[in-house]
Ligand binder design. Structure first.
Ligand code: TPP
Length: 534
């Protein structure tokens, strides 16, 4: 058997990979021999960055790693941004690429697709990047990748295979099932101490991050026993269920939640970075904890980043939440619902001028598509949605305003989510600026008959940056950009499109969305703001 064939068999049969994203090239054709006969679906984006974002959306929507097949050099530099986003948000992604022949590596001979050191370049955007030098080592390298996805803080893994190895013969024995990997459970002594502190707490606060997405029941059970107001970060949205009475949402950067956080005497933070885009998106270092901080994370280094920790437990989030709940047979009474309600009232999200224009937008989406996965770019409706939206379960709300914060994510990530969850509605929320980075993926949406609804907030330019320039006394420059006629562009791609200017028209458009292809709903931002009197 060849090394290329062995790779496909392992991916499909051992690791149950059913979809791969990539654009073939002369360096990877050997990987495509027998690919679809083997039962793997190949999705071709129109740019490798699209492949990476699709794999990311697929992974977030399903919990399974997104897999990409990418050519040497330009394919890898193209996908690097998507890997950066996935790394920042701990999303499992396997990027398999070619690289030049072993005997030419690092020699600078000007060969096709040659980089000085592709492996070094990718190491910065992956949990690890490995150059396969011996085809017999492939099963072990793949096992390491899946060990990262299952047992550690996930993220992208890059494996590059020199082109002279694809056809190299390898021994293939009977495929054994993959190892069962168990994540660490919390140390009983540390857990007991955490429980004791939480029992003593009069004003507890819980902070839950994306590391908890697979444990919604355990999360809800624990915070209810603690009767503690709970921040759920953008990537943890839906953990407690829709409109839960203890859910403070992803509002940790807003004044009333910060006040509650400052005042809390014991804080339990689980599977959260305590990072800037959730806790300090106003960039003033104002998120302050004065009480005793207990942190639980799979990654020991995360326990000591960003805030002073008093007690840290290296452990799986779900198991920790469940085991901790066992220490609380009786539900505590800490005024949680009243403290949460008072904080939300003080926030006044619905009336906040920054968010109010988007209240009817999310109301229309929730009314028409209550189960939808909402996938976003970095644009005004998404920033508002981070604060306004409440979802029924996790893995239904994610965007690139978190962590790495790249533009161009929304459309392709929504396509990946739809491929992973074909029975759920998927909505992409994009701006006229960000969508231009990956607009070519409309072709993929049409080709794959994906019924994604694309809500395009058209405010004629880079509004967020316009505001920053205005706020910092910088004369506007580079922000009032030309947009194409999106209706004509969509038609050219064979994508149904409509332009709307108020909530009624949005509801009408959503009601007639097709089931076999994308629908682009272009929102004229000026008309919308005028219609709702904002
Ligand atoms: C790759 C990349 N380049 C530049 C930026 C900086 N940036 C952040 S938001 C933004 C404006 C995006 O415009 P649009 O998508 O139209 O959304 P709007 O702010 O107008 O709602 C820009 C340029 C970025 N985040 N990522």
């Amino acid at each position: 058997m060849t090394c290329a064939r062995l790779l496909l068999r392992f991916l499909h049969e051992r690791y149950a990979v059913d979809t791969v994203f990539g654009i073939p090239g002369v360096h990877t054709v050997a990987l495509y021999r027998g690919l679809e006969d083997g039962g793997v679906r190949h999705v071709t984006p129109r740019h490798e960055q699209g492949a990476g974002f699709m794999a990311d959306g697929y992974a977030r929507a399903t919990g399974k790693p997104g897999v990409c097949l990418i050519i040497t050099g330009p394919g890898m530099t193209n996908i690097a941004t998507a890997m950066g986003q996935a790394l920042a948000d701990s999303i499992p992604m396997l990027v398999i690429s070619s690289v030049n022949r072993r005997d030419t590596l690092g020699r600078g001979q000007g060969r096709l697709h040659e980089l000085a050191s592709q492996q070094q370049l990718m190491a910065g955007v992956s949990r690890f990047s490995h150059t396969l030098l011996d085809p017999a080592a492939l099963p072990e390298v793949l096992a390491r990748a899946f060990a990262v996805f299952q047992g550690q803080r996930p993220g992208p893994v890059h494996i590059e295979i020199p082109i002279d190895l694809f056809d190299a013969p390898v021994e293939m024995n009977e495929l054994s099932p993959p190892a069962r990997l168990y994540r660490p459970t919390p140390d009983p002594e540390g857990l007991a101490l955490a429980a004791q502190w939480l029992k003593e707490a009069q004003r507890p606060l819980v902070l839950l991050g994306g590391g908890c997405v697979d444990a919604p029941e355990a999360a809800r059970a624990l915070v209810e026993r603690l009767d503690a107001p709970t921040v759920t970060t953008i990537n943890a949205k839906g953990l407690l269920g829709r409109d839960h009475h203890l859910d403070l949402g992803a509002n940790a950067a807003l004044p009333a939640v910060r006040e509650l956080a400052r005042d809390a005497d014991v804080i339990l933070a689980v599977g959260t970075e305590l990072g800037e885009t959730d806790y300090d998106v106003v960039f003033d270092d104002g998120f302050e904890l004065r009480g005793r901080l207990i942190r639980i994370d799979l990654d020991a280094q995360q326990l000591v980043r960003n805030q002073q920790v008093a007690l840290g437990l290296v452990s799986d989030a779900g198991r920790s939440l469940a085991l901790l709940a066992e220490h609380f047979p009786e539900t505590l009474s800490r005024d949680g619902a009243a403290r949460t309600a008072a904080t939300l009232e003080a926030l006044g999200l619905q009336a906040d001028p920054a968010f109010a224009p988007f209240v009817p937008l999310y109301a229309a989406l929730r009314e028409a598509l209550p189960e939808a996965i909402l996938v976003g770019d970095s644009t005004a409706p998404v920033y508002a949605g981070n604060h306004l939206v409440s979802q029924p379960v996790p893995r239904r709300y994610f965007n690139a305003s978190t962590g790495y914060g790249t533009l161009g994510y929304g459309l392709p990530a929504a396509l990946g989510a739809q491929l992973g969850q074909p029975t759920l509605p998927v909505v992409a929320l994009v701006g006229d600026g960000g969508v231009m980075f990956t607009l070519s993926e409309l072709a993929t949406a049409v080709e794959q008959n994906l019924p994604v609804v694309i809500v395009l907030w058209h405010n004629q330019g880079y509004e967020e940056i316009r505001r920053y320039m205005d706020a910092h006394g910088v004369t506007r420059c580079g922000v009032d950009i030309q947009a194409p006629d999106f209706q004509t562009v969509a038609a050219g791609f064979g994508c149904l499109a409509t332009r709307i200017g108020n909530p009624t028209e949005l509801a009408r458009a959503l009601a007639v969305r097709p089931s076999d292809g994308p629908l682009l709903i272009e929102v004229d931002a000026n008309a919308w703001l005028e219609a709702i009197g904002s």
